[in-house]
Design a protein around this ligand. Sequence first.
Ligand SMILES: C[S@@+](CC[C@H](N)C(=O)[O-])C[C@H]1O[C@@H](n2cnc3c(N)ncnc32)[C@H](O)[C@@H]1O
Length: 243
Amino acid sequence: MNRHAVAAPLARLRSGRLTDEEFDSVYRDPWREVSARFWTPVRVASLAAIWLTEGGAKTVLDVGSGVGKLCIIGASLTPARFVGIEHRHSLITAARTAARQLNVHRRTSFLHAQASLPRMRGYSAIYVFNPFAENLYSHLAHLDDHVELTEKRYWRDVSLVEQTLRCLPRGGRIVTYHGYGGRIPDNMDLRREQPIGTDTLRLWVKADRPPTGAYLETDGGVVHVPSARGCSARVLQFGSNLR
Ligand SMILES: C[S@@+](CC[C@H](N)C(=O)[O-])C[C@H]1O[C@@H](n2cnc3c(N)ncnc32)[C@H](O)[C@@H]1O
């Protein structure tokens, strides 16, 4: 797309009038046809991007970035840089191509990798759209069969995000859409909550106090559970070099 072709959808995005169908036309099938199920809707991504960056975060991490919809919309609407980690190479290619076409490739990067502690460390703003749930789906509902998908992996990946959250700095934030299946330490405050799209968008911000338990996002809402584990020394070191 040339500069003029990008200007029109960008103006519609900024005014909140861009539809998912219009945005998704930047992708090819099969990624376009699975959008409603797997990718964050435009309206949700726009609000999430604002919540993630309104505290001044310079870089936002999307854990399991898919075709890059959240990152591309975030980079289009805010001054922040958006980084996506994604374990499917074909989705990384789709995300990079779309970012280039929409002229946000200088403020987005897409890392072909599995989510891991070293790769999630150091961010003060993180987005999760239930990235690991696919591990629990029947194989007919999988995006493809190119990655390992098991219940064991589900719990391992959920635990990695839990550890990352325990080590976020004061003011660090996470925005969840459809939750992520794990605990949110109760020294993170639920600052905003809005039913939107097919679920609820929530903003959690780390306060300056130790945790005494944790929150769980369930289909029925948020519940509090006592006694979250503390942050191990090994994990604590990842809190440095904030982006
Ligand atoms: C529900 S989609 C969300 C995509 C994107 N965040 C969005 O909001 O549009 C979850 C994505 O996470 C990816 N994913 C799942 N587990 C992952 C892992 N352990 N490491 C990297 N990517 C993962 C999947 O391949 C899928 O693209």
